[in-house]
Ligand binder design. Structure first.
Ligand SMILES: [Zn+2]
Length: 353
């Protein structure tokens, strides 16, 4: 399987970014939950050990759709999450296996292999014990990623600037390029107070190779902040929205409300009933073009992304990934098509369908 990065096989993240956009598919938690391999709520990637084929297959689907990066599925595979489900014993095997699966798909496709750190949900700037815990959790995950020979390491979905800074410091100590992305909540600020664009500037000043936003916001409510971040930093910028139609009134996927549905058990569509808000592939293509116009080069889609979204994003950037072989051709549709070999009467009937 070859991807269509366009003559960049063998080059590292920073060289590829100098030449143009790099696509990183994310959203493994949501997609594997939807497929029946992962439990919403705890959101721990035990699937890596329980059903490794399911993870390998999804990596391949995202690469086939145009992802230049295979992100090891260690998101929420850190010490805190495993403690919550009482399975700290599988921490190291889970991380090593996630990296190994991703390694295999990256090698067979010529894509980049990324290690991954995420928010721990226990970070507290005023709690020395919590700070020690976070540092240990990141150090051990970075160590396993380095052992696996990753090309770079992602630290993502941080709400606390301080936690992002700890992740960055530990990634930098490993010598690997660091991609650091924040989750932008309703108020548009990190939990210490500053706006996300200022937080990104501080991360860039501290040596991050790529800074930006992932998760939480859909394209419509993420792009204005991305434009501000682009103005604040000299390094590359990352934008990986969730594929949902967030609005100025409900700017995050957690805050979306669905008055059309009376059967939501908790009254809110997040996280497993967001279907009616899903962006279509054309909307994700528009996002890609808008981000590219801002010279934002590290592009992807987070929770909710499917391979069809990634393919649309790739094609909007001028790519033809393997999956483009099956991109739509409505000219040969039985009713809406224009191909002369089609029965003409069906086209006239199409308006009545
Ligand atoms: Zn996400």
């Amino acid at each position: 399987m070859a991807n269509s990065g366009g003559g960049v096989r063998g080059k590292g993240l920073l060289e590829r970014l100098e030449q143009g956009p790099v696509i990183c598919a994310e959203g493994y938690l949501f997609e594997l939950e939807r497929r029946g391999y992962l439990q919403a709520g705890p959101y721990v990637p035990e699937v890596v050990l329980d059903e490794p084929e399911a993870v390998r297959q999804l990596h391949r689907e995202f690469v086939r759709a145009g992802s230049d990066v295979v992100e090891a599925f260690t998101y929420y595979g850190h010490r805190e999450k495993l403690k919550v489900i009482g399975k700290e014993a599988i921490l190291e095997p889970l991380n090593r296996q996630a990296l190994q699966i991703a390694r295999e798909v990256a090698d067979e496709s010529g894509t980049l292999l990324a290690g991954d750190l995420s928010n721990t949900n226990v970070y507290d700037p005023d709690d020395a014990e919590a700070l020690r815990f976070v540092r240990q959790a990141f150090e051990e995950q970075v160590g396993w990623a380095v052992d696996a020979g990753v090309d770079f390491i992602i630290g993502e979905t941080f709400s606390w600037l301080g936690e992002a800074e700890v992740a960055l410091e530990i990634i930098r100590a490993s010598g690997k390029p660091a991609v650091i992305t924040l989750a932008m909540h309703q108020e548009g600020v990190v939990r210490e107070g500053p706006p996300v664009d200022e937080a990104c500037r501080r991360l860039a000043d501290a040596g991050a190779d790529v800074v930006g936003l992932n998760c939480s916001r859909g394209p419509g409510t993420m792009l204005p902040a991305i434009a501000r971040i682009r103005q604040q930093v000299a390094c590359h910028v990352a934008a990986l929205p969730v594929p949902y139609r967030t609005t100025p009134e409900q700017p995050t996927f957690q805050s979306l409300k669905d008055p059309a549905c009376a059967c939501l058990p908790e009254g809110r569509p997040f996280p497993v009933a967001l279907d009616p808000f899903t962006c279509n592939r054309y909307e994700m293509a528009e996002f890609a073009k808008a981000a590219q116009a801002l010279d934002v080069r590290y592009l992807g889609i987070c929770c909710g992304a499917g391979p069809h979204h990634i393919r649309a994003l790739a094609e909007a950037l001028g790519r033809q990934p393997l999956a483009s072989r099956y991109s739509p051709d409505m000219s040969r549709h039985s009713f809406f098509g224009t191909d002369p070999k089609l029965k003409a009467a069906n086209r006239e009937y199409a308006a009545r369908l």
